[in-house]
Write a protein that binds this ligand. Sequence first.
Ligand code: FE2
Length: 132
Amino acid sequence: MPSQTVEDYLERIYELIEQKGYARVADIAQSLEIAQPTVTRMVQRLAADHYLVYERYRGMNMTDKGRLVAQKIRRRHHILANFFQLLGLSPREVLIEVDGIEHHLSEAAVTRMERLVSYLKDNPKVVKSLIG
Ligand code: FE2
């Protein structure tokens, strides 16, 4: 099982590649608010563990293994964000809550939460009675 840190890096690298077509150490460092040398070490570790292919002057790309982890986390992020949005949290609060718990739920719990989210979306009256 990848650690929480590994998951956070892969999630962010995946998003950067999706948005910009590439992810550089400087971009990752900025968006995770981590020093560049730390990011470089982590990227090298991710490459050694076959989550990424990294060449110092050519940048990085995700392997299928890395992409799978990133997609799993993104799915969770999305479901949990929807859930907290429905409960009326602000975008900033949503982000804090989601990034805190997205690593700690089982697949079974996430799938049930997904069903709950779609139920709540279909039943706005229930949401209203919950949050007033
Ligand atoms: Fe996230």
